[in-house]
Design a protein around this ligand. Structure first.
Ligand code: AOF
Ligand code: ZN
Length: 376
């Protein structure tokens, strides 16, 4: 035990303040895209003097929000930032120069910025200016927060998470015709459903296939009630443009439902558009279906960083087979759906896939599984 009155070891202090910066970054999640989610805490002589997170609409980066709050108190302070401070001019000036000018003495960053305009040079600039820098505190949490930003920066397409509720025998829905259609079939308990809402909140877009719309009639909305900068984009793969005008998606559309098809008959297109649905024709096809790769390219052009795939067995299988999934999140429910149930990935030939960094956690009566198919 440390003797009373002695300062806490710096390592623990760093962890503690970085946890606070990470909590701020989490608030940033649905308001920062297409920028990364970043939180910053300024600490002087063991006391909090300023904090903030990045909100794209407000432009200021997390460091600037915290510096403005701290005012003169920033002199001699330590800045805890979940992402390396930027050293370039974009919509705002470089945070490195603002930290230097404010007299910050030390900067602790959780991760480097995957943006090639920064990528280590921000920390280097701070060191040149005589500021002590520490990197890597809280790194795995900070990296996970910005998986989508990193993927978008490095690979030029959105980060795709396949999410599904699964029975213990690997099925996502009962045998067709065995339950009432026109509403989603829930395997999992309320805790998992609440987590899925948070996941939707943290994503820029949801993606599903027309078959899921025809059988479940889902709304695919973010019902957390938490603030988001842009409406959640609800995307449907629908090559023959069969999306029903009386579906929940169409009835609730306000330019936030986007349908990709391979051919759009004029009358049908006009009917959908008059109801607030966006329709895009993508001529490129693979195996008679819309190319998901092309869809992701279009979404990247729209500054969509993250896509959550909530679809049926066929779309899941083709996305996995084409190597377009970055992460899996599966909720295993204590049920066996038996013969004829729809498999998680079905109907398209798919090779064996190895998953990285698997994690299992109990969520009410269900078991949540997450893993990566590759590094972002
Ligand atoms: C930081 N702190 O809070 C964020 C950073 O166009 P701008 O000026 O908003 O710059 C966007 C880039 O800045 C973004 O691509 C990423 O590299 C970095 N984001 N940096 O120091 C922040 N959001
Ligand atoms: Zn910055």
């Amino acid at each position: 035990l440390a003797p009373q009155g002695s300062p806490a070891p710096q390592g623990n202090e760093d962890q503690r303040w970085m946890q606070r910066a990470l909590a701020l970054a989490r608030l940033s999640k649905a308001v920062s895209s297409p920028n990364p989610a970043v939180g910053c805490v300024l600490v002087r002589e063991g006391a909090l003097v300023g904090e903030g997170y990045h909100d794209y609409s407000r432009k200021d980066h997390a460091e600037i929000v915290a510096l403005k709050q701290a005012g003169d108190q920033a002199r001699g302070a330590t800045a805890y930032v979940t992402l390396e401070p930027c050293c370039h001019t974009g919509r705002t000036g470089p945070c490195t120069e603002a930290l230097i000018a404010a007299g910050v003495r030390r900067v602790v960053a959780a991760t480097v910025d995957p943006n090639p305009k920064v990528s280590g040079q921000g920390l280097e600039r701070l060191r040149q200016a005589g500021i002590e820098t520490t990197a890597g505190i809280g790194e795995s949490e900070a990296r996970a927060l910005n998986d989508a930003f990193a993927c978008s920066m490095r690979n030029g397409h959105p980060f795709v998470t396949l999410k599904a509720g699964v029975s213990l025998d690997g099925r996502i829905a009962p045998r067709p015709g065995s339950v009432e259609t026109g509403k989603p079939y829930f395997l999992t308990g309320p805790q998992a459903l609440a987590q899925v809402q948070v996941m939707r909140h943290e994503h820029d877009a949801l993606l599903t296939g027309i078959n899921t719309v025809l059988t479940d009639d889902p709304q695919l909305s973010d019902r957390t009630g938490l603030p988001r900068r842009r409406p959640l984009l609800r995307v449907v793969l629908d090559s023959a443009l069969r999306l029903p005008l009386d579906s929940k998606l169409v009835r609730t559309a306000q330019q936030d439902v986007l349908v990709f098809c391979s051919f759009a008959p004029i009358a049908r297109r006009q009917a959908l558009e008059s109801m607030g649905v966006r329709v895009e024709e993508l001529p490129g096809k693979t195996r008679g279906r819309i190319s998901l790769d092309e869809v992701l390219g279009r979404l990247h052009e729209m500054q969509i960083l993250s896509v959550m795939l909530e679809a049926g067995g066929m779309v899941n299988a083709s996305a996995l087979a084409d190597g377009l999934i970055d992460k899996l999140v599966l909720y295993y429910a204590p049920v066996l759906l038996g013969t004829g149930g729809i498999s998680l990935a079905d109907g398209i030939e798919m090779q064996q896939l190895a998953l990285q960094r698997p994690e299992w956690t109990q969520t009410g009566p269900d078991l949540r599984f997450s893993a990566y198919l590759r590094d972002p």
